[in-house]
Design a protein around this ligand. Structure first.
Ligand SMILES: NC(=O)c1ccc[n+]([C@@H]2O[C@H](COP(=O)([O-])OP(=O)(O)OC[C@H]3O[C@@H](n4cnc5c(N)ncnc54)[C@H](OP(=O)(O)O)[C@@H]3O)[C@@H](O)[C@H]2O)c1
Length: 324
């Protein structure tokens, strides 16, 4: 099969190669998926570059997320799943077989049924961003009638966070972005109020529109903490999921005074039961039509280097690689 591989970390143009490689066979408890679309996330790029290196077993096919069709199951596995359309998550975690290839092999619970009518492009966008957004929005309980702020609502995680907040019945969903094009994306996802986070009066714009905020989905804690404190009330949860180039210095007294709760999360270290619940809820949300695609930037497998560089350059929307 054709696959993108790297056997050392470094710049995309130096380490990524597209090669012919033996097609993997599913072992016990695994399924094989013919990959139609592979989703690229910042984490894939950081693993490949060496910024956040992960253990490598000789070589690595990159990308955690994808969508396709099951064409084989491991010994004794559920043969009735052959032919099922699925979305795939954490394909490259502790395994060589990422989704930047014509086939991947994953544990069977990491290949989740994709409801009829849901595109492969959306399916390939659900793993890292969808499961992360689900946890950020729901880990502290239901958001029904709550006021939610999603920082960076045009990003992949931000996009699904807005959609999950709306699906969960939040009373008001606001978002911050850097400019008009991203504001439009956040609005399309369902944010009722969108504010530029660079505006000096962003905090008063937010509280003026939606009042104090109960939940904040935070992509840049250090940059935005003063804003978050200014729009919080006692009990507000700030759920953080991204590291910045420098760790912030935490203003402990200000956080104490505001009585806020800081939550941190990393998808890779969430318990499997949490991932299973996230995957199940994503299925329910998909069937309700609550999750949508971001504008896609598609690259053939042969142009995987350009795909990685697009992510590194902060492409707005979703970068996808098409292996077929
Ligand atoms: N903890 C986890 O398990 C986990 C899971 C998924 C992703 N992540 C990390 O989360 C980050 C985002 O991932 P992604 O896939 O959503 O990336 P993405 O699609 O590139 O989105 C990132 C968004 O953050 C926005 N942003 C940057 N600085 C901001 C600020 N100060 N305030 C508000 N928004 C800001 C960007 O908009 P502008 O450029 O316009 O500012 C962009 O829209 C990455 O670092 C990724 O590695 C972590």
């Amino acid at each position: 099969m054709k696959a993108a591989v790297y056997d050392r970390t470094g710049p995309a143009a130096e380490v990524l190669r597209v090669v012919d490689i033996e097609r993997p066979e599913p072992g016990p408890g695994e399924v094989r998926v013919r990959v139609h679309v592979s989703g690229v996330n910042p984490t894939d790029v950081k693993s490949r570059s060496g910024a956040t290196p992960r253990p490598m077993d000789g070589f690595q096919i990159p990308h955690q997320d994808g969508a396709g069709v099951i064409d084989a199951v491991g010994p004794g596995g559920p043969e009735d799943r052959i032919g099922q359309r699925v979305w795939v998550y954490l394909a490259a975690t502790g395994r060589r077989w990422g989704t930047a290839a014509e086939w991947t092999v994953v544990p069977q619970n990491h290949a989740v049924p994709l409801p009829d009518g849901v595109s492969m492009e959306l399916g390939a966008s659900l793993g890292v961003p969808g499961l992360t957004a689900h946890h950020l929005v729901f880990a502290d309980g239901p958001v029904k009638d709550a006021t939610v702020l999603v920082a960076g609502g045009a990003g992949a995680v931000g996009h699904f966070s807005i959609e999950f907040a709306a699906w969960g019945g939040a009373g008001r969903v606001a978002s911050t972005v850097s400019g008009p094009a991203k504001a439009e994306l956040a609005r399309q996802a369902g944010a009722g109020h969108v504010v530029y986070y660079t505006d000096p009066d962003a905090a008063s714009q937010i509280t003026g529109a939606v009042g104090p905020v109960d939940r904040i989905v935070e992509v840049a804690l250090g940059t935005n903490l003063q804003l978050d404190l200014a729009i919080s009330r006692p009990g507000t949860v700030v759920a953080c999921y991204a590291a910045e180039s420098r760790d912030p210095v935490l203003p402990v007294r200000a956080c104490m005074t505001a009585n806020i709760v800081l939550r941190f999360m990393l998808l890779y270290s969430l318990p499997q039961a949490v991932l299973d619940q996230g995957a199940a809820d994503i299925g329910t949300a998909l069937r309700a039509g609550a999750l949508t695609e971001l504008p896609g930037h598609k690259f053939p497998l042969e142009e995987i280097t350009a795909a990685h560089e697009a992510v590194e350059q902060g492409a707005s929307g979703k970068v996808l690689v098409i292996p077929g």
